[in-house]
Design a protein around this ligand. Structure first.
Ligand code: ADP
Ligand code: MG
Ligand code: ZN
Length: 487
């Protein structure tokens, strides 16, 4: 039997606000802050404390909902989701249930060489839980409530994905969208985006949904795709043997590379959802929605269109630049401040600059948004190459030196006299000299071994200290060699 994978994703993304969802505590980086220092009676769940809605979080949630083309509900309602766990001080999480903030959106993904929309079922606001860390010696678990109450957006897809590639494309596109909207740092290592994957199989060609499992707490793209591959194999094996899939909640063991059963799947009634009595319904007025819609920035699709159709980049270079919002911003600044041609700038950025950064293990944007190489300096180098002032190989060498020394291309060129020699008269002399000194290779060329020209070109580059314009040299070599009166 051939099985078709069916996957729906629930994505939890922290919203980048200054304060928490229902109290004034600062949102701190819980991978660095001293535990339990950003807490108050509200996020500690003290009896009698009352929550207040963070309007900024609502604005950011609406921004995401609109970017996903969702229908925003004029009135949504917060609800208590009751369960007991040590990272949840109140004994319930404030979430949204029957009436979420927004519904029925979609996100375009590219997979298998085609673009298609994945439907988004709902987008709702909730609060994050605290963080537990488990230690072995001594055996104990520690609770940090700095993260408790941080605004969290849950984005739930329809079960529209049918391959690992599509799931990866969706998760990547969603992360990228959140970064473009500046509502989330996209910093997966810090756990600011987490996935839950609902996975089932069905006989290929049928449309009914099979029984699904839910894999919880996937904190990286790698965990997401590996756990899915594992589950697809496991479920296919069970079904092949005539067995049936148990609907359950699974965890993912990163080290063992397998899923494990956490509990039989809870049903909604297990959570005893009810409307949060301490908060008013959330109203999203038409004016508010219009204001936020007007603030939508240029989104990835629009950037792609601009890069490809307006600036003439090839698809590959455009995708490399699009992948991260900060690369787009850097690229735009390169062009704006240096006057470098867009296509050359894109190729040098995505190819050579990224290559050098990777070799040195440094990011394009450092702490505080300071680039590894100022955009204008990079652009001026590209412009020198494009204008024929220096040749490509010299450009590559300079780029590395600029990164390492912080000097400008101009300064380095002047310091070393690296200006490209494009002047045909000067180069012709060099070409003639090389021809005169290498009669053996010249004979080979004239006897049909035309590839020798590459070697002769290399000799001219050598005698000119690498500064010759290679295209001009090649043309001159061909001219001189085809004339038997010469050499
Ligand atoms: P719950 O709230 O219990 O997790 P939902 O019915 O709201 O369940 O679905 C949650 C997610 O599971 C959604 O992303 C949905 O697309 C996905 N899903 C539902 N049924 C299936 C199925 N049979 N196979 C794969 N994914 C599914
Ligand atoms: Mg779920
Ligand atoms: Zn608080």
């Amino acid at each position: 039997m051939e099985w078709e994978p069916v996957v729906g994703l629930e994505v939890h993304a922290e919203l980048r606000t200054r304060s928490k969802m229902f109290c004034g505590c600062a949102v701190v980086d819980s991978t660095v802050a001293e535990p339990n220092t950003s807490t108050c009676p509200v996020c500690l769940g003290m009896p009698g404390s009352l929550p207040v809605i963070n309007e900024r979080a609502v604005d950011l949630a609406l921004l995401v909902a609109l970017a996903l083309g969702c229908r925003v509900e004029p009135v949504s309602v917060f609800a208590r989701k009751n369960y007991f766990y040590p990272d949840l001080p109140k004994g319930y999480q404030i979430s949204q249930y029957e009436l979420p903030l927004a519904v029925e959106g979609s996100l375009r993904i590219e997979a298998g060489g085609e673009t298609r929309p994945i439907r988004v079922r709902r987008v709702h606001l909730e609060e994050d839980t605290g963080k537990l860390s488990h230690e072995e010696k001594p055996a104990r678990s520690l609770v940090d409530l700095n993260r408790a109450g941080v605004p969290l957006l849950e984005i739930v897809s329809e079960p529209d994905m049918h391959s690992v590639e599509e799931v990866k494309a969706y998760a990547t596109a969603l992360r990228r969208l959140l970064c473009y909207l500046d509502v989330n740092s996209g910093d997966m290592e810090k756990g600011v985006i987490r996935f839950e994957a609902n996975i089932s199989l069905r006989p290929k060609g049928t449309s009914e949904l099979g029984t699904r499992v839910e894999v919880k707490n996937l904190n990286s793209f790698r965990a997401l795709t590996r756990s899915m591959e594992y589950e697809l194999d496991r479920q296919a094996a069970v079904l092949e043997k005539g067995g049936s899939i148990r609907q359950e909640t699974l965890g993912w063991d990163e080290n063992a590379g397998r899923t494990y059963s956490q509990r039989s799947k809870e049903e909604a009634h297990d959570y005893r959802y009810f409307p949060e009595p301490d908060l008013p319904p959330l109203e999203a007025s038409a004016e508010r929605i219009a204001r936020i819609r007007a603030a939508l920035p240029e989104l990835p699709e629009a950037v792609r269109e601009r890069l490809v159709s307006k600036l003439g980049l090839n698809r590959y270079d455009a995708e490399v630049i699009l992948a991260e919002k900060e690369t787009v911003d850097y690229f735009d600044e390169v062009i704006r401040t240096s006057g470098a041609p867009a296509r050359a700038a894109a190729t040098w950025l995505g190819g050579d600059l990224f290559g050098l950064l990777k070799m040195r293990s440094i990011p394009l944007m450092g702490e505080g948004g300071k680039p590894a190489l100022p955009a204008r300096e990079f652009g001026l180098l590209v412009k020198m190459i494009a204008d024929g002032k220096i040749n490509g190989p010299t450009g590559k060498m300079l780029l590395a030196e600029m990164l390492d020394t912080g000097k400008s291309a101009d300064a380095l060129v002047a310091e070393r006299g690296l200006q490209q020699i494009g002047d045909a008269d000067t180069l012709r002399a060099a070409v003639r000299a090389v021809i005169a000194e290498n009669p053996g290779q010249v004979d080979q060329y004239r006897n049909g071994k035309t590839t020798v020209i590459q070697w002769l070109l290399g000799q001219v580059m050598k005698t000119t200290g690498g500064r010759a314009n290679p295209q001009t040299v090649r043309r001159l070599l061909e001219e001189e060699l085809s004339d038997p009166a010469k050499g």
